[in-house]
Design a protein around this ligand. Structure first.
Ligand SMILES: Cc1ncc(COP(=O)(O)O)c(C=O)c1O
Length: 423
């Protein structure tokens, strides 16, 4: 028999990597090995991050910035050290451009609110326009709908190609105009897997003086991310999809913008002085981090960044490309299976959505789960994509640095079982 994995190149040593992730040894449903293919929702956490979190609570836990005792100073050093690590991970020109939030959703909402309260030239009002795309996660749709409702600004978006899940940019000059204040779009779609053409969009946005926000939630975990190369004004991502803990997100923003733009949340940590009449604010990033920040979570994210860096983001990207190529190829062999999104591994991330004949994705997910295979089903918080393609939902398998070709095979066998189950 020929080896189906022959010819797969660029794979990581998953046998070694999987030893770092204790949860991957779990068995579910009467002893079936866990096949975890829900990484676009949340990735698993390596021992190195879990240990960092335990050590933090066992030895250093204290509030940051305002203490004079040893623990407060050490906790502050760890928290600010995590900022250094994240800044380096995304090639930020300055550590002060890295704002810690609780997740990508908060990062995106933060920008929408900054712009709603900003003075000229950034202010969004009834004379101006906001541009997004039809493939955004709800986290990059709803904040802009709210801003449009509150300010009277017009919300516009790029549609999708009817066939292949890419953006239709044929009308870019009509969508992004002199009235556009902000263009906010996803780098890699969580539902379609599409990797969007950043350069073309950023160039047009900057040509008309609009700001650019990139949602890199599905990119930061999977490929080298260089905020300077992207040439955007803001970049958002989330810790729990990149081997970090939940409760931590990042907003990177260009320093001069962060200096000019107003804070969103008020409270401790973000002020310089306060009187009963008014307050002045601390410089960025603290201006945007009101209250006690997610300290342990930031420290955990710093450990996640160390972990990913030690393996190498280029190598992780190459591994996922090989797995994704193999997965798309194998999935397309399953009768009645339709991939919703690009069908080549070029310019695509490792989340693959599909439908299987008339079988409802919830049924697909349940029968796969009974076999120990964890996938996600539903609209993946990107319902406009489902509406666009006339489907109620999809099943989504998504891969990461510890995913193996054997897990792809398990998924394909599992889908065969689903087809038999439903006749
Ligand atoms: C593309 C994209 N943007 C934003 C988010 C929101 O991330 P969080 O729920 O951590 O805020 C997600 C999460 O699935 C996502 O995939």
């Amino acid at each position: 028999m020929t080896d189906p994995h022959k010819g797969l190149t660029g794979l990581l040593d998953t046998e070694a990597i999987r030893k770092d992730f204790p949860i991957l040894d779990r068995r579910v449903h009467d002893g079936k090995p866990l096949v975890y293919l829900d990484n676009a929702a949340t990735s698993q956490t390596p021992r190195q991050v879990i240990d960092t979190l335990s050590t933090y609570y066992e030895r250093y836990n204290a509030n940051v910035h305002r203490g004079v005792h040893v623990l407060a100073e050490e906790a502050t050093e760890l928290y600010e050290g995590a900022r250094d690590k994240v800044a380096e991970f995304v090639n930020a020109p300055s550590r002060d451009e890295v704002i810690f939030t609780k997740n990508a959703s908060e990062s995106l909402n933060l920008v929408a609110n900054m712009l709603g309260w900003a003075d000229e030239p950034y202010r969004v009002d009834r004379e101006t326009e906001i541009v997004i795309t039809e493939m955004e996660h709800h986290s990059n749709i709803v904040p802009w709908q709210l801003l449009a409702q509150r300010t009277g600004a017009k919300l516009k978006w790029f549609g999708l190609d009817p066939a292949d899940g890419t953006l239709d940019l044929s009308n870019i000059e009509e969508v992004i105009t002199e009235k556009t204040k902000i263009v906010s779009f996803v780098l890699v779609s969580n539902i379609l897997g599409t990797h969007n053409p950043v350069e073309q969009i950023v160039r047009r946005a900057h040509e008309v003086g609009a700001l650019v926000l990139i949602d890199a939630s599905q990119a930061a975990p999977h490929m080298p991310l260089d905020v300077q190369a992207l040439q955007a004004d803001f970049v958002a991502f989330t810790g729990h999809k990149m081997c970090g803990p939940t409760g931590i997100g990042v907003l990177w923003g260009r320093q001069e913008l962060l200096e000019d733009l107003p804070p969103f949340l008020g409270g401790g940590e973000m002020i310089e002085t306060v009187s009963m009449h008014s307050s002045t604010y601390a410089p960025a990033p603290h201006k945007f981090e009101a209250g006690t920040p997610p300290i342990a979570q930031a420290v955990g994210l710093g450990a996640a960044v160390d972990y990913l860096t030690s393996i190498g983001m280029e190598k992780i990207a190459a591994h996922e490309k090989a797995i994704t190529e193999y997965a798309v190829r194998r999935l397309m062999e399953v009768p009645d299976l339709r991939v919703i999104g690009p069908t080549t591994a070029e310019e695509r991330g490792s989340a693959i959505s599909f439908t299987l004949g008339d079988i409802h994705p919830h049924d697909v997910g349940q029968v796969l789960d009974e076999q120990g295979i964890a996938v996600r089903v539903g609209h993946h918080c990107a319902r406009p994509v489902c509406l666009r393609y006339g489907i109620p939902a999809t099943t989504r398998a998504s891969f990461y640095l510890y995913s193996t070709p054997a897990e792809v095979d398990a998924l394909v066998d599992g889908l065969e079982h689903v087809r038999n189950f439903f006749g």
